[in-house]
Ligand binder design. Structure first.
Ligand SMILES: Cc1cc2nc3c(=O)[nH]c(=O)nc-3n(C[C@H](O)[C@H](O)[C@H](O)COP(=O)(O)OP(=O)(O)OC[C@H]3O[C@@H](n4cnc5c(N)ncnc54)[C@H](O)[C@@H]3O)c2cc1C
Ligand code: SF4
Length: 504
């Protein structure tokens, strides 16, 4: 490890690792500081009891509900690669209209400072980088594309294929979920049951470590410091960040660089900025707008299980289908509803009757309904002086969400599932999976924290490059948009460097 760096990136998840990759040949010396370690390859990676029963990879950190004081056990995975180590690898683009003002039943989803066309080339690069398999033109509400997917869609098992037919018979247009797995010719993917929500034991999942951080490290221009927790950013007399206090093995050191990027994930990033308050930033760093931590969004998600008493689910890999027919409206409903997406295998808990549990698991399909929650400045991350994270969050846009769940239930019943069970993911208690919005980007420093290239309005050498920048959550999984924006920010930083060298 060097002692002097040009750029320090805090956090190695979707945003941080992608940015390190984008800048690996820029001429800068870059350090990635990650609070977790490399996720070990071990038999428990694919052990359902270890992953879901014992929550082996989830943090044991406790946050608090700011209103009720209740404990929150966040869905955070503090490893190199961040949440992408366990994610479902669904890589969907936001729709063109998601970038515009969109009227919902309970409010407005605001306009973004960049339009879809600006991000489109970066979506295409992101799909290459994360090896996405899909079918161009199959998504009925999908945006326009400059290129086909890099790899063909993954095949449906016979069971899923038949289910697609039964959904199509109802007038729906199910299509293959764009997925990032190494299913290329000669690829490593085994197409196993233990993917969505599990780490991949054979590095075939397109996570941020595999696709970005490792190649960045191989370039020789990027180092990583693991088990290193970024406690506070320090502001110098010139108003720029001059260092970051990092705790590692019980000691604290200050690391210095010319530029800093916060990429700790939407909630930890906001918490880091808030606990870095100082005399010149008394409300928290880069928080002259008062919006650091505000507009916290999670997506309204309901986990669903369809049980077919006579048909056995024979699919090994079942997360291959999704529906966006109701993205912008539905029957007798002029407002956006959201997405219905198949999940990987999440076993039903069987309590004291394991035989019954096994039987039900073999006859069920898991999926979820996902709708947009709207940005509300009252929904926010708070951080007290002890550094403990507190969340204030009141769900919104639930009328729409219930309607989508009702439609999903009806379609799966008609497809032969006599029993359809559903349970909304309670927020803020489950904080984490698709979290975004806590440092929105925009043109106006009074109404946004970041500029359109994710640089903070208040501090010239500080960027935030993770899920925090979203002004609205849309109703597709966020990772591809985080990655695309990180690539865009990377280009912007690199262009700034080359301009400076021309001026010299
Ligand atoms: C089970 C699960 C399934 C998912 N499935 C999908 C999916 O199919 N498709 C999709 O698009 N999205 C999915 N997501 C969401 C997706 O993984 C996240 O949106 C994405 O990883 C967020 O990227 P990020 O850079 O904001 O944060 P992260 O990826 O979480 O990265 C943040 C990193 O910062 C580190 N860090 C935190 N605090 C500090 C600190 N103080 N100092 C140093 N390091 C720190 C963390 O350890 C972590 O490595 C899923 C998430 C989960 C949990
Ligand atoms: S399906 Fe492929 S990518 Fe997913 S865990 Fe199995 S081998 Fe890894």
């Amino acid at each position: 490890m060097r002692t002097v760096y040009d750029l320090i990136i805090l956090g190695s998840g979707a945003g941080g690792s992608t940015l390190a990759y984008a800048l690996r040949q820029s001429g800068m010396k870059i350090l990635v500081v990650e609070r977790g370690d490399f996720l070990p390859k071990e038999p428990q990676n694919w052990d359902t009891q270890a992953v879901f029963g014992q929550r082996r990879y989830r943090t044991t950190e406790v946050w608090r509900n700011a209103d009720s004081g209740r404990r929150i056990h966040p869905t955070e995975y503090y490893f190199v690669g961040g949440k992408t180590k366990l994610f479902g690898a669904a890589f969907l683009r936001l729709r063109q209209r998601d970038f515009e003002t969109l009227e919902h039943c309970e409010g407005i989803s605001p306009e973004w400072p960049v339009m879809y066309q600006e991000l489109e080339p970066y979506y295409a690069r992101a799909e290459q980088l994360y090896r996405v398999h899909g079918t161009a033109g199959a998504d009925p509400t999908g945006p326009s594309r400059s290129a086909p997917y890099p790899y063909p869609a993954l095949p449906h098992g016979e069971y899923i294929q038949q289910l697609a037919v039964r959904l199509r018979e109802q007038g729906l247009q199910p299509f293959p979920i764009p997925l990032g797995l190494d299913y290329r010719d000669g690829g490593r993917c085994l197409y196993c049951k233990t993917c969505d929500g599990y780490p991949c034991q054979v590095d075939a999942k397109s996570d941020a470590e595999t696709c970005c951080l490792r190649p960045a490290l191989e370039s020789g221009n990027v180092d990583v410091l693991v088990n290193a927790f970024a406690r506070r950013l320090l502001v110098g007399p010139d108003g720029r960040i001059e260092g970051v206090e990092v705790e590692q093995d019980g000691t604290t050191q200050t690391l210095r660089a010319g530029q800093f990027v916060v990429a700790c994930g939407a909630i930890p990033s906001a918490a880091l900025l808030l606990r870095s308050k100082c005399a010149s930033h008394p409300q928290g760093l880069a928080n002259s707008s008062g919006l650091v931590g505000a507009n916290l969004m999670f997506h309204n998600c309901t986990g669903m299980v369809g049980i077919h008493f006579t048909r056995r689910n024979t699919a090994e890999f079942q997360k291959t289908l999704t529906l966006t027919d109701y993205y912008f409206s539905g029957p007798d409903w002029p407002y956006p509803l959201g997405t219905i997406q198949f999940l990987g295998f999440y076993p039903l808990q069987h309590g004291g009757m394991p035989g019954l549990g096994r039987w039900l698991n073999s006859r069920s399909i898991q999926f979820f309904s996902m709708s947009e929650d709207l940005p509300d400045p009252q929904n926010r991350v708070l951080s007290d002086d002890s550094g403990q994270i507190r969340l204030r969050y009141r769900p919104n846009n639930l009328r729409t969400h219930r309607r989508l769940v009702g439609l999903a239930t009806r379609h799966f019943r008609r497809a032969g599932f006599s029993l359809v069970l559903s349970r909304i993911v309670p927020q803020p208690q489950q904080a984490g999976t698709h979290v975004c919005g806590t440092a929105r980007f925009g043109h106006d420093p009074r109404t946004s924290v970041l500029d359109p290239y994710c640089r903070t309005h208040d501090v010239p050498n500080l960027f935030v490059v993770d899920a925090s920048f979203f002004p609205s959550s849309g109703a597709v999984n966020p990772a591809l948009t985080i990655v695309a924006q990180a690539l865009r920010v990377g280009d912007h930083i690199a262009q700034g460097l080359s301009q400076k060298s021309v001026e010299r």
